[in-house]
Design a protein around this ligand. Structure first.
Ligand SMILES: [Zn+2]
Length: 299
């Protein structure tokens, strides 16, 4: 549990405990001037070209120089724009470093608002505001377009899901979508309730990501390997199955605390249980959100 909290809410405490020296930033080419980059933390995207380099997410602060070098190796030049898919430190830890070298930070309104104030983590501990240099400079509520290096980017806020500031970035011409943690692979999604997340919103967001894509779209998940929209549908269908089973069990009178003993989550634990969110905690979270629906459907 301690590790979990460090990972999610105290990224800067985590620095002291993680060794970044051996981390390599690896680029995978997805289109002429568009790459997926991996290191430690959330997956990155890099759009390169004469008009300046742009990255989506920036992992942890100690990796900023390695990320800059990896992007520079593709296209000599500085990172001029950083888009944050959401506020978590494994996606935004490098913000102040990139701002210091002149990058403009872009994110959802709620990311900036949450970074500016004290918050409470899952252990109930108070986390101080982020350094002002890491606060996004350009923010938006629903939709923002960016036109750079011959690419048209659409930044979409689709719903509360992982947090209440999730942004999905669509590169229209390259037919690539970076989902941030609104879509992850091989783990139960983390619904960050203290940052405004919602399980039902997460399911709704997956439906919309699917609609934005076609069968050729390459999808960069927040964590895990490059995906296609069939993978988004597969996760959606599994979460919908968990939702429906939880509703059915609650309608039969199962107490929420007994849900963990049913095969609802155990069925998915082999695939998803290796992440930090455990099946029994996930079904409890789902139950808490759908209990109103279970009552409605009973009538
Ligand atoms: Zn996250």
């Amino acid at each position: 549990m301690r590790v979990l909290v460090f990972l999610l809410a105290l990224p800067f405490t985590l620095h002291a405990q993680m060794n970044f020296d051996t981390v390599k930033i690896r680029p995978f080419r997805l289109a002429d001037n568009l790459y997926m980059l991996t290191g430690t933390g959330g997956n990155l995207a890099a759009l390169t070209g004469k008009e300046g380099n742009l990255i989506v997410d920036d992992q942890y602060a100690p990796l900023s120089d390695k990320i800059r070098q990896a992007v520079y190796a593709i296209n000599p030049g500085e990172v001029r724009y950083v888009i944050n898919t959401h506020l978590h430190g494994d996606h935004t830890g490098g913000n102040e470093n990139f701002r210091r070298v002149g990058a403009t930070l872009v994110a959802h309104d709620n990311v900036r608002a949450r970074m500016m104030k004290e918050s409470v983590n899952r252990e109930g501990k108070t986390v101080p505001p982020r350094n002002p240099e890491s606060w996004p400079v350009v923010t938006f509520q629903q939709r923002l377009s960016v036109h750079l290096n011959g690419e048209d980017l659409e930044l979409h806020y689709l719903d509360r899901g992982h947090t209440d500031g999730d942004v999905v970035v669509r590169f229209r011409n390259a037919n690539v979508i970076h989902t941030g943690d609104a879509f992850v692979r091989e783990r139960y999604p983390f619904i960050d309730l203290t940052s405004g997340g919602s399980f039902l919103g997460y399911v709704h967001t997956l439906e919309q990501i699917y609609s934005l894509a076609d069968d050729q779209t390459k999808i960069i998940p927040g964590h895990g390997a490059l995906a296609m929209r069939a993978d988004v549908k597969a996760l959606h269908d599994k979460l919908a199955d968990i939702r429906d089973q939880v509703i059915a069990a609650l309608q039969k009178g199962t107490k929420p605390e007994d849900l963990a003993t049913l095969p609802i989550a155990t069925k998915y634990d082999a695939e998803f249980g290796k992440g930090f969110v455990k099946g029994k905690d996930f079904v409890l979270l789902v139950a808490d959100e759908v209990k109103g629906m279970a009552k409605t459907r009973k009538k």
